[in-house]
Design a protein around this ligand. Sequence first.
Ligand code: UDP
Length: 238
Amino acid sequence: MSQSPRYQRVMLKVSGEALMGDRDYGLDTATCRRIAEDVKGVTELGVQVCMVIGGGNIFRGIAGAAAGMERAQADYMGMLATVMNALGMQSALEKAGLPTRVQSAIPMASLCEPYIRRRAIRHMEKGRVVIFAAGTGNPFFTTDTAAALRAAEMGCDALLKGTQVDGVYAADPRKNPQAERYVTLTYLDMLSRDLAVMDAAAISLARENKLPIIVFNIHEPGAFTAVMQGEGRFTTVV
Ligand code: UDP
């Protein structure tokens, strides 16, 4: 029997790579649609959902810098990549029948709303899924940090990090099938063991704001809903 949700308002962070499906680059619309269905399932539990999407499937600042670009300039390109993903995800969510708004940290008046904290909260109260685009709007940050920042600003009860596997493991379970999956971890465990699930800035921000991080498999249909009901496999960081 399904249980009532554990959280009222959550932030879902999805990396750009998670949207690629089997491709090497860009967006796979079928994958976006599947994730959109899962988001819909969670909203049907009465949970308010906001999202941050990464940009790594299109462009990463660090790769541009490695290729000789100025880092800050490359990071702005990375932020633009997240806007493309946000629009792609918005389309998938709306096709699933969900009302949405995209708010960008870098104003782009013709495409979406600028980021306005109180307006974003109002959208969620009205049942709209808000997608935060362009990360924090600042170079030298990541979308993980943007997700923790916006989650704190929105007063979210949890930060859900959708990954390729169903939690945090002591080693990569795809390379080492014996690797142990943690059920719970502390923020300090994450930082001191350098578990490479989220960057240190994001974890510190979550820690300061007592925001639990829940790591689960974004590719498993229904996993997001299950996690909201405390079922299935995931790792909680508190
Ligand atoms: N980025 C940035 N500031 C931010 C968020 C993102 O400069 O606040 C840039 C950065 O270049 C990053 C790129 O956007 O490499 C894509 O974001 P990220 O690497 O976090 O995406 P993901 O790995 O989640 O797909």
